[in-house]
Design a protein around this ligand. Structure first.
Ligand SMILES: Cc1cc2nc3c(=O)[nH]c(=O)nc-3n(C[C@H](O)[C@H](O)[C@H](O)COP(=O)(O)O)c2cc1C
Length: 360
């Protein structure tokens, strides 16, 4: 059996395979109240049905101002948690594990959905003033307000409170979003963190917020459930956050009870020069796995079953995450099983769909 279809255990969680759905914002909350909708049930549910081992929700804000767009989901109140419980329950019924990505967009908050231009949404139109480590705007976005120490404390507490709700909703794991130029990454990178207090300057200070969030979440999140963290391995800009720092902080994270590091890159600075190609971030996952000794997920243009299997065979990562390929093909794991010679019986088809199984 190709190892893509091997179970993987993280603490008390056993996931049926190593093909996981990456977090993907849907901008589908028309009511702008952060409550996930039928869209999220069907979108995530289809991919759990399609054989993904673990299904991550999109970036889910821990406070209203932490949303990217007014149409983002959240986990800052119980109405949202109740709606998530229905979705997590459906994912479980389909045999998938359920993960929620907890997020705060920082200075990249209050913008329209990509298909509406990703341009700033003014408070009069349902937007808000964004917060950040420093009053330095991303690209041509509105200048954010620099957080004071009390504001930072509130955000740490909000991550913990969201984790409590996520647990009550039945999620098996949380992924703390520390990548793509959102709030935590804004603290990590010297390009966006210009602070002169205990949260800025040295590596120790820039990583303080992330480590405080991990500590706060770990205190309330059940011992038996894993915690994941997504990091951008590099800013792809001279003078930014580096792969070496990613490996170093990953080692600290592992020591503080983080079970998996999901290794992405970029998103912090529009000057980024990303060298895009198949599996372009896989070498970063390998470096983190080797240097930090932590379980890792690789993501980024992993589209072909044989390619995905090679990532595991080569020891680059422990699991693969798919995003765009899963949008066009919700049952990608079924095709992967077929192409890699896994019998349909082992490919997580629901009995209702057995007659449609790929067969040689
Ligand atoms: C529609 C869409 C929405 C995304 N939203 C998120 C998100 O909410 N959180 C996140 O960490 N990454 C997000 N990403 C990035 C993906 O998780 C993934 O890292 C990236 O697309 C590269 O993987 P791929 O080549 O398989 O698409 C998004 C990507 C897409 C295509």
């Amino acid at each position: 059996m190709p190892s893509l279809f091997d179970q993987v255990a993280l603490r008390g969680l056993t996931v049926r395979n190593r093909i996981w759905l990456a977090p993907m914002c849907q901008y589908a909350v028309d009511a702008q109240d952060g409550v996930p909708t039928d869209w999220h049930l069907v979108h995530l549910g289809a991919r759990a049905t399609g054989g993904f081992g673990l299904v991550f929700t999109e970036a889910s804000a821990v406070v209203p101002e932490g949303r990217i767009s007014p149409q983002d989901v959240g986990v800052w109140n119980d109405t949202q948690a109740d709606a998530w419980a229905r979705i997590a329950g459906f994912l479980h019924d389909r045999g998938a594990a359920a993960g929620v990505q907890l997020a705060h967009a920082g200075r990249k908050a209050s913008v329209a959905a990509p298909w509406r231009g990703s341009t700033p949404v003014a408070p009069a139109d349902g937007g808000w003033t964004a917060v950040a480590p420093s009053a330095a705007a991303f690209d041509d976005f509105v200048e954010p307000q620099a957080l004071d120490l009390a504001g930072i404390r509130e955000i740490v507490d909000a991550f913990a409170a969201a984790a409590v709700r996520a647990d009550a909703a039945g999620f098996d794991t949380v992924e703390l979003h520390g990548a793509h130029g959102y709030l935590v990454h804004q603290f990590l990178s010297p390009l966006s963190n210009l602070r002169e207090d205990s949260y800025g300057g040295s590596f120790e200070n820039r990583t303080r917020l992330l480590l405080e969030i991990v500590d706060a979440v770990r205190k309330v999140w059940p011992e038996r459930k894993p915690v994941c963290v997504r990091l951008s391995a590099t800013d792809w800009v001279e003078g930014g956050w580096t792969l070496e720092e990613t490996c170093e902080v990953s080692q600290l994270l592992a020591g503080q009870g983080v079970d998996l590091v999901d290794v992405s890159s970029g998103g912090l600075d529009p000057r980024q020069q990303i060298e895009i190609g198949p599996g372009y971030q896989v070498p970063f996952a390998r470096a983190v796995r080797e240097k930090a000794g932590v379980t890792t997920a690789a993501v980024g243009l992993i589209t072909d079953p044989a390619q995905a299997q090679r990532v595991l065979d080569d020891g680059d990562a422990d699991v693969v995450l798919l995003a765009r390929a899963a949008l066009r093909e919700p049952a990608w794991p079924w095709r992967a099983a077929h192409e890699l010679g896994v019998p349909a019986e082992n490919a997580s088809y629901p009995p209702n769909y057995a007659r449609g199984a790929w067969r040689s």
